[in-house]
Design a protein around this ligand. Sequence first.
Ligand code: F6P
Length: 337
Amino acid sequence: MRIGILTGGGDAPGLNIAVYTLTKLLERKHEVYAIFHGWRGGILDKEVRRVTSKDLIDFAFAGGTFIRTSRTNPFKDEARVEVFARNLKELGLDVIVAIGGDDTLSAAAQTQARGLANVVGVPKTIDNDVYGTDYTIGFDTAVNEAIKVTESFKTTLISHERIGVVEVMGREAGWIALFTGLATMADFVLIPEKPVNWDAVANKTKEVYRDRGWALVIASEGIREYGSPRDEFGHSRLGGVGNELAQYIEKVTGLEARAVVPGHIIRGGVAPTAFDRVLAIRFVTEVFNAIECGDFGKMVAYREGDIIRVPITEVLGKNRLVDGYWMKLYETHWGGP
Ligand code: F6P
């Protein structure tokens, strides 16, 4: 078979290992093609190239995505769908493996539903918000990077006796903020799932400050939207809430506050952690199994330690949010008086 692999949406550490390992498994029996720039590669320029694992090994353990990415929606309008369908036919791909978040996977589901190609999906996003899987490729590395930034920031907060706010990525879900907050035992964590009054944050930080002379807050970027331009999937650009919150705390408490926004630094460039490497390898091994038995229209997922396959249509249009046990944990540390 002719099998294409693409990565879509924000990049995430672990993608290169996924593409490399899948290529290595598939090339035993099939022709493998890299579809460059996510769905855009398939629809606009037919940026599709035959690859071997040897082409990919040098980049396999680096962050980012060697085959590039985009936030292109091939189903944005019917004219585009026609081009997409024509190009796919010309390329003659039997199967497309789409590695991405909700947007990329929803395009995969439509590709399958319209009979344009068979697809298998792999969940990735540092936000860890793909429904139906406990973990996505990139989350663990991003959290580890956010922890490093926070620890570094903390030393200067202590020296100068200030209040600090770290704004981390996390559009719909507060997983990165929650895990970073837990791992650094922050004094307050703000996540999109649990709106809190900023006065409560200011009061808490003031109290902590009085006790020990500094305080640390972790905030998810998704707690506030600023109405900036939207991408092809309708998402606005986030970022900026950390500074706003620090200024608010300063105004209310009269204490000096600073914010840092590591932003894309926790997402790009860095080598994936062992967890993300093994997760990526386990995911694509299951993709290989799915292809070998002709089980299409599925996303591979991590559930309670196992790797399973779920219909892509079951996971679309919703996010995996902080709830249940994780929300209780959040509330135990930051929810009460
Ligand atoms: O990858 C997901 C995500 O990191 C979101 O948390 C963030 O809002 C968004 O991507 C930013 O992406 P970019 O600025 O690269 O479009």
